[in-house]
Design a protein around this ligand. Sequence first.
Ligand SMILES: Cc1cc2nc3c(=O)[nH]c(=O)nc-3n(C[C@H](O)[C@H](O)[C@H](O)COP(=O)(O)OP(=O)(O)OC[C@H]3O[C@@H](n4cnc5c(N)ncnc54)[C@H](O)[C@@H]3O)c2cc1C
Length: 401
Amino acid sequence: MQPVAVIGAGPYGLSAAAHLRARGIPVRVFGEPMVSWQAHMPAGMLLKSTPVASNIDAPQPGHTLVDYCDEAGLPRLVTDEDIIPVETFVGYGQWFQQKIVPDLERVRVVSVDGRPGGGFELKLDSGEQFTARAVVVATGLSGLSRLPSELAAAVPDGPSPAGPVSHSAQHHDLTRYADQDLLVVGAGQSALETAVLAAEAGARVRVVARGRRSVAFGAPPWDQPKLRPESPFGRAWSLYAFSYHAGGYRHLPAATRHYLTRRVLGPLGAWWLRERFERKVEAREVRRIVTTGTRDGRPVLSLETLGGRARELAADHVIAATGYRVDLAALSFLGHGLRARLATSRGTPKLGAGYVSSVPGLYFTGMLAGSSYGPVMRFVCGTEFASPRLAGHLAAAHRGA
Ligand SMILES: Cc1cc2nc3c(=O)[nH]c(=O)nc-3n(C[C@H](O)[C@H](O)[C@H](O)COP(=O)(O)OP(=O)(O)OC[C@H]3O[C@@H](n4cnc5c(N)ncnc54)[C@H](O)[C@@H]3O)c2cc1C
């Protein structure tokens, strides 16, 4: 029987593979296990999500973060006050992979094309070519980092840690900026934590954020409002609905969905980061960055202050912690024929029930499914909603074929 190809070995790809296998569906899984966490996030990072919201979902018991801690002899991470080091989370993901997907293939998929009679033709960078009856795209953050034009202006050849401007996804070791003047652009957890870690490694760091009071931190668990329902992201009705009723999301009007996917759970530092930030990092809140140039090879930001005045800020380097944007055009492995058949909305795939796209047999999960299934798809805990539904849909389509 032709296998299902799962492209991606981060939390979503591994979880989808676990659910498909549990239904007896043959699966081939491709990618570097947990590479986004290991290579594209800073060393020493702590997860913003709580332990209960950081499980990679599996159909069989024994695969939670706590199970991993027990087996690895690590302290149990259980309460909302237990903070997960990224190194522990990478270890958890790799352990999950070895238990459930031991035959993971650490190769890249270079192309996926539809076959005339149904099914898909895949090419791997190993040179192998094979046919799959269905494809699950779980490529997560890969290739989706976003650099706004006012920062891109300084780096016509693209961002780079060795040049004037880089993207936060290009960093793992921030010690290279020790003793340097660093500007970090952004106000999300990634910006604030990158700034703190670089400052703790000896850089002089300023965070440049758009808008008054844009640098803010969440409430600690003991100060969360008690009369609102609990969700993996904190206590709030909206967060509860997005977490447990993600299935209704795709029925909202498109403009509302795109707005909510961007704005809900938007920029906010974790409660435990505030003190470290205030000790070491300076925040510059501005109306906007107008453009970025270079002077003697050093980046210079031209800004408009909150009061409307023009200002310049120079540094040795700028890190743009400006996030990620889903755009199918960035998934270069999707063949032109397939791309032309995909129904999209603002560059994102329009998905139906069970995460299937408009091309039968082609599924998208994780961040790529965010505009259809909501902001929870940007986080690991979304695997609990996504994976059983995706596997259930694929299994039913398989039975009906
Ligand atoms: C700085 C930062 C901090 C974060 N902190 C948290 C947090 O605390 N909690 C939380 O829930 N979420 C957090 N997130 C979001 C988190 O990254 C995502 O929820 C999660 O990684 C998504 O998992 P994924 O499996 O979809 O993709 P990824 O983890 O990005 O994995 C992508 C996989 O696709 C593979 N791949 C890509 N292209 C190909 C190809 N052509 N062929 C084969 N394989 C391919 C890669 O090798 C990799 O295995 C954070 C994100 C960032 C940037």
